[in-house]
Design a protein around this ligand. Sequence first.
Ligand code: HEM
Length: 507
Amino acid sequence: MRNHLNALRHPLPPGPPARPVIGNILSFPPTGGWHVLTEYKKTYGDLVFFHGLGNNILVLNSLAAINDLLDKRGEIYSDRPSFTVVGELMGLGQSLPLLPYGKQWREQRKLAHAALSLSSIKKYYKIQEDMAAMLNEALLDDPNNFCSHVRLTAGRIILSLTYGLSVDTADDQYITHAEKTMELIGKATVPGAFLCDFIPAMRYLPAWVSFQREAKKGRAMIESLVTKPFEHVKQEIADNTVLRPSLTSDLLSVRPQEGISQSEFESHIKWAAGSMYGAHSYEQTYATIICFIMAMALNPEKQKLAQEEIDRIVGKDRIPTMEDRELLPYVNATIKEVLRWHPALPLSIARMATKDDIYEGHTIPKGTIIVPNVWCVLETYFYFELNCNKSVLSDRVIAHEPSADFDEQVFLPERFLAPDVTAPDPGKWAFGFGRRICPGRALAENSLFVIIAGILSVFNISPPAEGDLKVEFSPNLVSYPENFKCQIIPRSQRKSALAHQRAKECL
Ligand code: HEM
């Protein structure tokens, strides 16, 4: 109570002008908001507050504020907002990323940690390398459809690792279903995507109202997304026909803890596995690889440096494997720079405050939705850019203030290799924060490495032969380059033969 009264003595954080009843909530951009929210920083600072229709949203516009709240005050800021449409009406609220911070979340999180620990994921190295080799072969045969090959590869990896399923074509029923479901979830998981998220009483509106029809369709899609492959694994175990290791078969081989019934345990596994397969993980891997391809087409000199490193260290007679990861600093710096250049989740995944709190002299009321705008983190890299370019550190740099001509879109892996000051590792923010940090980070980084090093070793990526390369990104929760063209050409006949040969050795 004292805390509550204390909190209320402080003003709310600043935000755009408000009107009666609706406040300023409609100034919160429903899609693609990271640029607008970063602009707001100029006027309102690191904390920007939106309110109205019974809702509060606080945007965190600096890495310091994000870490202070989501990491250091994890006991208050580890909950998720309840998304009325996607969470309640569509049923996704049972999946790990959207579960409230509580017992069920802890149970699923434990399962995810067990299945995704550094030692557990070693057994997937070969599968990841094989999938990367199959991607290279597809790029040799049909380079123009690179987006659909990468999509298939990201889906294949996650389906294979989660359920031991193999997928042959981009039209595979699991992949196409996951794609459609992800598109729907991606649009629906941004705070404010549906007015019903702001006015939960709208959930009682009749079934023919447009968002209700969308919710019904989404519920059926999500249910089938998590249930079908899970039942498939259970059947394989029952028939003793499990072919490949998988997270689900591993988890199903463990006995439930005391106090948890078998059906409850299986439901946790079904949703924990469904979260890995469905909850953006595959879309984020896709997004990051597509960003890499675009970045290479735009930055041939950086691409060349990475290729030279691979040729020098791995040699010209084989494709890089997971074993080479530690030996390729420039390739690793390129991957970090891709994560920085266009983060797949520019607004991360929203949280919710479970108590009144005071931060930097402002009240943050209980129930406030917290949006970490990781896009604003990009500006913290400006002085590393100067450092890499061997410029003299100016007063502006020392004051940590970006210069007017700082361009966050400059692609500079050297930021992470500079001898004196290296820039913060995007791995420290691109995968989230504190107690809800992405449990799949190590697995995802392995996939990114084998795929990116594989592509670099075999291909030259360049802008399209005709017309310009269109640099545009999708505005959804998971953001990536929208349709663009580029050329993906084998570096030599020898590289092409090597890639075909490696693909033949796949499982
Ligand atoms: C490039 C790839 C990936 C990126 C950039 C990424 C990023 C993220 C981010 C930003 C979050 C939100 C964390 C927070 O709230 O602070 C998250 C959550 C999550 N990620 Fe990932 N992720 C990736 C791949 C994966 C993979 C491969 C898996 C599983 C196999 C996975 C499973 C999850 C799960 C289950 C959550 C929810 C955790 C929770 O709410 O407790 N992710 N991820």
